[in-house]
Design a protein around this ligand. Sequence first.
Ligand SMILES: [Zn+2]
Ligand SMILES: [Zn+2]
Length: 647
Amino acid sequence: MAETIKINLPEGQVEVVPKGTTPLALLQKLNSRLSEQAVVAKTNGDVIDLDAPLERDTDLRFLTTDDPEGLFVFRHSSAHLLAAAVLELFPEVKLGIGPPTEQGFFYEFQREQAFTPEDLEKIEKKMAELRDADLPNRRRWLPRAEAMKLYRDQQQLFKCELVEEKSQGDQVSFYTTGEFIDFCLGPHIPSTGRIRAFKLLNVSGAYWKGVEGNPQLQRIYGTAFPSQAQLDDFLHKLEEAKRRDHRRLGPELGLFSVEEEAGPGLVFWHPKGGIVRHLMENWLRDELLRRGYQLVYTPHAMRIDLWKTSGHLDYYRENMFPAMEGEHVAYQLKPMNCPGHILIYKAGLRSYRELPLRLAELGTVYRYERGGVIHGLLRVRGFTQDDAHIFCTPDQIEAEIAACVDFAFAVLKTFGFEGYEVELSVRDPAHPQNYAGKIEDWDRAEAALAGTLERLKIPFKRMLGEAVFYGPKIDVKLIDAIGRPWQLTTVQFDFNLPERFNLHYIGPDGAQHRPVMVHRALLGSVERFFGILIEHYAGAFPVWLAPIQVAVLPVSEKAADYARQVYERLRAGGFRVELDSRNEKLQAKIRDAQLQKIPFMLVCGKKEAEAGTVSVRSRSKGDLGPRPLADFEAELAGLVASRAPHE
Ligand SMILES: [Zn+2]
Ligand SMILES: [Zn+2]
């Protein structure tokens, strides 16, 4: 009798099958609805091919493209399909790597000529042919020497390098898709026929292994989905994201720029961005004062010893600008505001009566982000955090956390965001050596954070092992107009810095006690938040934030005086107005105001001048007809006062 093995399937089902049975055979035996959908199987924590023989008793689960791991494999196989097509069309190319990515996949090729959009079309056609041929993806093992010879004969030298570095043991794993063969650890979907919907998106240059100075390769990026509807949806979102890209809108709308002459990741706020920042910061400062914070300002450069005490030189050095040599001592540009606020706390003897002490600063910090990760306003080298540090007693923690969370929600509401996600990052008790502070403190802080969220009925995800080494934290992500999450608010406990800086307060018992410290930033950074706002509104800011709220458009020279009066009156009323007195056709003026996303255009002609009215056009609703200027003014004032997200 053949040897049998026991397979534990989900929901308690157990199957006894001959040793060497493949997941695919098992699927057929079970006659499961998954037969059509499964792309790979997962056993004992490993994702494996559906035709990999099972050799021992094990658990087994079938993955479809609905599982992130299944989708990942599906896209990895799509990358192989791409390489197979490219090799058929351009047999001279040299292959680099071809992994799946967050949103799709890419494959690297070395080729003298650049791939053109027409090339991509041809490649897509060839991919479709190979897909329709439903070629199986088969695993094959080759002895190491044979593997090297195979690639040497084909002059695939990058692949030789990969085999040398990455293969383990004497046998080297390959996958074949029709004629195409690739050094690859897999796993893969059973055959190309499943790749129903795919699209090549773009080509970009990359150094081999990402190392500058290495040969230049071309990366062809694409994405793939199990259905056309899913692909269409993805492509639509991609278009929307492009339309909203703050890196394009920033210069187009005169909001900000990054100047190569000054350096990467350093932001210049132009007048129209400057006014939005002024409004954001004013709202924030007023709220801080109203909520019992005190505003402070701290220096941008401080002695390097301070950063030794804080631990930044040990734990954070790679993110810091190099130190500046002074006459006798070195100074450090600040990457964080915490040590500055701590020095203010330490400047006097603190009593429990002063706690909680909430020190807030719109503090500009500098971090040496690597060139490759700098991105518009989202990852920069100089930025202003809306930072605060709360020094409190352990029994004040809960109330402070609740207040921070409430403040965070006020930010979301004020700036017009509805959706959010909350994450609670806690320590991994299996690795106590990774965390500073006493276990009791951690238990208490984690319970306080979770308890507060539960009491406020805020749903949250618990992120095990995601806490920073000095304490647990709450993160709030906002969801923008097209469903993308953005990390925003963070509220972090800290048991470490009060210890390092030896902070005290005098308790009611007259003795010295250690305060607890909370770091919190609501917007995160003003720059980043501005970038998110631009994308959320696609540059069409709500009336209260719009750099220009009204464009006054005289129809002709004859209406110029009246238009100027309208302009002056709105200006005097405290509104941000622009008078377009250029010698242009009205249509051109409307088009330009529309492109600048100005909420209202007031058309002033002879008729309006005689009646004392304005013809109102809205950027979103078009022509709204004439009305008395006073009525329009009142309506505008209402929109500003209520901070309405849409007019
Ligand atoms: Zn591969
Ligand atoms: Zn801090």
